[in-house]
Ligand binder design. Structure first.
Ligand SMILES: NC(=O)c1ccc[n+]([C@@H]2O[C@H](COP(=O)([O-])OP(=O)(O)OC[C@H]3O[C@@H](n4cnc5c(N)ncnc54)[C@H](OP(=O)(O)O)[C@@H]3O)[C@@H](O)[C@H]2O)c1
Length: 316
């Protein structure tokens, strides 16, 4: 498995297991099967509302003795309703209790958007948000760094951050995140963001690498392109005697990003992990580069407020 190094030399596997939309009834089994199959990196988040079930699976596997806690890289994310500095540590401790862990390997600020403290569900009105002045990302970030300094997490990073947002953090004088987790696949290649992160020693994780087709219908456009059905990807898959999903994962690895495909099916979990053995050549990469259409499956519409409090979060 290819690995990526953090600044202190700790490492993270190039392929991790995504857990968004993994039903609480299925995720426990999926995590156990994934660990048995060789996954050593699990991507979680408080808002996925399945961390307690993942915690059961982790506790059972670690109790079995053949896989140790320190062998597995576990990520979670701070939800938008806990951005005020006083809310960060309690939210992190809830996640740790749910996952039955005493530390996380990586804690990410899920979105550069703050909701009213403790808000359940998604905002229904402008007053459900906190403005960037009320909850500056730099203050949330400082609280996350403090949690790391206390030993509750090994590494801290961000998610869904544009170059501009990263520059804002840099301007505050704070230490830069070690990771930016963003949507990345052949329809949304984000070369400039990737380059910026590389230049600033920030690792990048690609989410929704297969096109996230199990998202709720309310998050889908009627005419959205189906990434797994793309004809060029299918052709390259045939050439490598692989599946389209494997080509998408191999492409993410070839671009030096970490990638976290989600599945709850044993066969697909194994198939996705085996993508690490597929080597795409320059011609494959050049052809896939032509597929970019700046298409976001995760459009962030829920963060658009009538008053435009957060503007276009992916650019501003
Ligand atoms: N930071 C963020 O804001 C953010 C946002 C989105 C996602 N994420 C993270 O990224 C992870 C992955 O993204 P995602 O869940 O949006 O979508 P994804 O991984 O792009 O796609 C998941 C879909 O692909 C299917 N699938 C998996 N392996 C397959 C294969 N080999 N062949 C065919 N279909 C396959 C899954 O079905 P089955 O499960 O039925 O196999 C599921 O329907 C998430 O789970 C989450 O951990 C983070």
């Amino acid at each position: 498995m290819n690995k990526h190094d953090y600044r202190d030399g700790d490492s993270i596997d190039g392929i991790g297991l995504g857990t968004w939309k993994s039903d609480p009834g299925e995720v426990e089994r999926a995590v156990e099967v994934a660990l048995e199959a060789g996954y050593r990196h699990i991507d979680c988040a408080a808002i996925y509302r399945n961390e307690a079930e993942i915690g059961h699976a982790l506790a059972r596997v670690f109790a079995g003795g053949s896989i140790r806690r320190e062998d597995v890289h576990i990520t979670s994310k701070l939800w938008n309703n806990a951005h005020l500095p006083a809310d960060v540590e309690p939210a992190l401790k809830r996640t740790l209790a749910d996952l039955r862990l005493d530390y996380l390997d990586l804690y990410l600020m899920h979105w550069p958007v703050a909701f009213r403290s403790g808000l359940e569900g998604f905002p229904q009105q402008e007053s459900d948000f906190l403005s960037p002045e009320q909850a500056p990302i730099s203050a949330t970030w400082e609280a996350m760094l403090a949690a790391r300094d206390q030993g509750l997490v090994r590494h801290v990073g961000v998610s869904n951050f544009s170059i501009h947002k990263l520059q804002q953090l840099a301007a505050s004088g704070a230490e830069l995140p070690e990771m930016n987790q963003v949507e990345l696949h052949p329809y949304l290649q984000q070369d400039a963001l990737l380059q910026w992160c590389r230049e600033h020693d920030i690792l990048v994780t690609a989410y929704s690498p297969l096109g996230s087709s199990d998202r709720p219908d309310t998050m889908k456009a009627d005419d959205e392109p189906a990434l797994l059905d793309n004809a060029l990807i299918a052709e390259i898959a045939e050439k490598h005697a692989a599946t389209p999903a494997q080509i998408l994962i191999a492409w993410a690895l070839a671009r030096d990003t970490i990638v976290i495909p989600k599945s709850t099916h044993a066969g697909r979990l194994r198939q996705n992990l085996a993508s690490a053995d597929i080597v795409l050549d320059d011609a494959d990469m050049q052809r896939i580069a032509t597929l970019d259409q700046h298409y976001r499956y995760i459009g962030g519409n829920v963060f658009r407020t009538p008053g435009g409090m957060y503007g276009n979060i992916f650019e501003d």
